[in-house]
Each structure stands twice: as structure tokens, then as C-alpha cells.
Design a protein around this ligand. Sequence first.
Ligand SMILES: C[S@@+](CC[C@H](N)C(=O)[O-])C[C@H]1O[C@@H](n2cnc3c(N)ncnc32)[C@H](O)[C@@H]1O
Length: 356
Amino acid sequence: MTALDLLKRRIAASGPVTVAEFMRLSLAGEGAGYYETRDPLGRAGDFVTAPEISQMFGELIGLWCVDAWERTGAPDPFLLVELGPGRGTLMADALRAAKVRPAFLSAMRLHLVEISRPLRDAQEQRLGAFHPLWHDDTTTLPDGPALIVGNEFLDALPIHQFQMTEQGWRERGVDLAGDGLSWTLMSPGAQTGLLQPAHRRAKPGEMAEVCPAALSLGGALGARVAEDGIATLFIDYGPAASAVGDSLQAVKAHRFCDPLTEVGAADLTAHVDFAAVAHAAREAGARVHGAVAQATFLETLGIRTRAALLSAKANEEDRVAIAQAMTRLIDPRQMGSLFKVLAISHPILHELAGFP
Ligand SMILES: C[S@@+](CC[C@H](N)C(=O)[O-])C[C@H]1O[C@@H](n2cnc3c(N)ncnc32)[C@H](O)[C@@H]1O
């Protein structure tokens, strides 16, 4: 059964579903979701992520991990965890860069949180030599000091959308309409309690979003690093401060499309509310660094120096490609400013590289 069939059957049986349930059924959870059935990355797929644009991205994150590990006394053993590792490219580049500290590599135990079977296979090919252990979610990760990295992971977690009306908040949902689907408004659920102070300024017609899964992950990982040590690094796109607006988007073959016509066949994402995730982590006892713009993070870590080093050994064609990739990652009109980096650490870590 396809994700669309599952969704239609659910609505026919019990009425309209929330946007969160629509995202969950479309992306992951019942075996037929977008992420469960394909490798969506790369030119032949639907979208390209930072580690697929340039090896420099994963390399700098690898060096960031080594630095954070040394700042907390180089615990041995420790967990190196990636949330939603895609093709394993970021982690492969990170571990290659981390060879500068052999003790880091011998102390780390690699854990990958991934729901997609096709992507687990790709990760096995890239990272099998490091003997990773896979998890469906973070709840089965063993205890202990951990460095946890997630690039474009939070944006795939289901959001609830609320629309302000003259009568107050209503929840956006999805209903059947003939053979297809349509948006609808429903009575709001308890998740309105998660709306941030900035959302209260919404005028009739405006939308606000909350992501309970991102908030509970921020809280759980905040509590974890505050108790067991080291840090979590999230890289994703969204505003630094909570804001009103509709950010749900569907992308297929590198183009935006209608989320209701490509159920299970397009990537669905929403902006990450970094301020809300940071608040959840702080409440759980962790220290928060950022969010800073991706350009700030990568430039502070030395992406320009790394690009110059790679270019020095490259031919003309590759030099152009290296320069273009760097521009794509740090130009404010491309990924440099919309993408943000947030670290959540043990309170002992007053400073972390990349967060000036
Ligand atoms: C946008 S891709 C990013 C991949 C990779 N981090 C990169 O930057 O190339 C999202 C990743 O998260 C995984 N994913 C999405 N939702 C997930 C969930 N609920 N639990 C675990 N993994 C999930 C996807 O299968 C994929 O590996």
C-alpha cells in the first residue's frame, strides 16, 4: 500500500488528519513513506545537502568533533552519533579528517539513527569499516558521553500548523476532496500549548508552527549531554528567532511542488525553530551555543583555508568546482544565512569552536 493509500484510508476511517500526521504518514512511520522507500539525495534524486556539495563540510565537522572531545578531557570510550546520516558522506568525511587524532578514532563508537533501509545500505558501504550500530530513534542509544550530529534532520520532523482566525487558533489539517486531498481547518489540539510568545502576535490569516518532536529531542539530548557529557550539533534551515509563517514545503526533482499531490513521492520539510529547540535544551540543564549562521560557523572553522589547501593540489576545473561549492555553502544568498548551526553541550563547555 502506498503512503497516499494509507493516508486516504486513515482520513476515510477517522476524519481529517493534522499536518503532523500528514507529514508522518508521507515521510516515515508505516513502511511506505518517502524516506523509507528511496535514496532521495543527489542530482538524480530530489535534493542536494551540504555534505553532498563538498567534502569540506564533513571535514570541518569532524575537526569540530575532535576539538569538542578534547575540551571535555577526551573521554574513552564515547559515542559518536549521527541523526539521519543520508548516504554517510558527512560522517565519512568527518572520520577521515579526524585521523589527525588517532586516539579520537579508537575511543569512538559509531551509532547511526536512520529509518531508511536504502540509506542504511548506503551508510553500510561508506562506514562499514567503523562497525556502526543502527537505531530507529535515539531512545535505544546506550548511555555515556556522546557527540551527536544532525544535518537536515530536524526539518523532516512533523510539525503542527495553526492558523489565526477571528475566533482564535484553528489547526490546519488534510481532508479528502474527490479523488484527491485538500487543506482544511480543524479544532486545535493540545499542541497550541507549545506556541512561542512570538506566535501570539499573529493576525487573522497568519500561520504558526510547532514541532513537538524537535522540542522533545532538544530536551532529551540536552538532558543527556548535561548528565553524561559532550555535545549535540544541529545544522538546519530556519530563523534564529521564533516567527509567524507557513514554511511547509514539498520538493521533488529539485523543484517545489504541491505537498498534497505528491504524497510519499516528495520530500516534505519545515523551517526549524532554533530558539524553541534551544529553550528546550536549556530547560533540560544544557548550555546552548548559537544558533549562528552556517557561514559564520564554517568560516570560523577555516573553510577558506581548507578550500585554498584543496585548490593548491587541484587542476583548473576542480579549482572552479571547489570555489563554487564554498560559495554555495557560505554565500548569504545561498546556504550561508538561512542555514543555522546550534550546539547543545554540557554546561562545563563555555566555548565551542565555530561559535564566536
Ligand atoms: C534530508 S536527509 C539528510 C541526510 C544527511 N544528513 C545529509 O546531510 O546529507 C534526512 C535524513 O534523515 C533521515 N530521517 C528522516 N526522518 C527520520 C526519522 N524520523 N528518524 C530517523 N531518520 C530519519 C532520512 O532517511 C535521511 O537520512
